[in-house]
Ligand binder design. Structure first.
Ligand SMILES: NC(=O)CC[C@H](N)C(=O)O
Length: 216
């Protein structure tokens, strides 16, 4: 079989061990440059995709399931080389460091040089929606309607390679750091919110551009 190396189309996988993966598959399936969007549960499925989305859900549960089904190492290897986008819990898993993990630590995939604070917004504001201005990413001043559900934030950028894509307008929560909610580091992207829950597919399209640029 000849592998399609052309950088015009990509096959996208969505990690489907736990969490909100169906919506990402639907959105990705409607993008012209995406040949196929599939749920990923096994190493074989992972090996077959050019790019991966790690969805929102519960990062501790997702890590535990990944560990039990032998997917932690294959995932770690994947994210070092291939385009990956973590949303919410997925962002936590991609981070090099996460706070508020249970004693003994939560398994992370790492690779994205950031620290995150889990459940930043506390109980009163577990979920909220807000408009984000991300003109560089979205190509226009029209804001992105972002849905935050028990969301983490990025508390520290640990490398100059990490580019901030989006911040909240106001400081929220108990952390004095800037409230950074979207970043990119070369082939890796992370958002603290759930872009798959709105009809706006501009962030999915942006990730497809990253995936095409970094296709190997
Ligand atoms: N919506 C989400 O993905 C929530 C993330 C969850 N609070 C976690 O810590 O993993």
């Amino acid at each position: 079989m000849v592998v399609n190396q052309e950088k015009t189309h990509v096959k996208v996988g969505v990690l489907a061990l736990q969490g909100a993966f169906i919506e990402h598959i639907h959105t990705m399936s409607s993008i012209a440059e995406v040949t196929e969007a599939i749920p990923v549960r096994t190493k074989e499925q992972l090996d077959s995709v050019d790019a991966l989305i790690i969805p929102g859900g519960e990062s501790t549960a997702m890590a535990l399931i990944a560990e039990r089904c032998g997917m932690l190492e294959p995932l770690r290897e994947f994210v070092r080389r291939k385009p990956t986008w973590g949303t919410c819990a997925g962002m936590i898993l991609l981070a090099d460091e996460a706070s508020k993990t249970k004693k003994g630590g939560q398994q992370l995939l790492g690779g994205l040089h950031i620290s995150v604070n889990r459940n930043q917004f506390g109980s009163q504001r577990e979920s909220f929606e807000t408009n984000l201005h991300m003109p560089e990413v979205l190509g226009s001043d029209e804001p992105f309607h972002a849905v935050f559900i028990r969301a983490p934030i990025i508390t520290e950028l640990k490398s100059d390679d990490v580019k901030v894509l989006g911040k909240l307008g106001n400081q929220i929560g108990d952390n004095s750091a800037e409230t950074i909610v979207a970043v990119q580091q070369g082939h890796l992207m992370a958002t603290a919110f759930h872009p798959e829950l709105t009809r706006d597919d501009r962030l999915h399209r942006y990730f497809v551009r990253i995936a095409l640029e970094h296709k190997i």
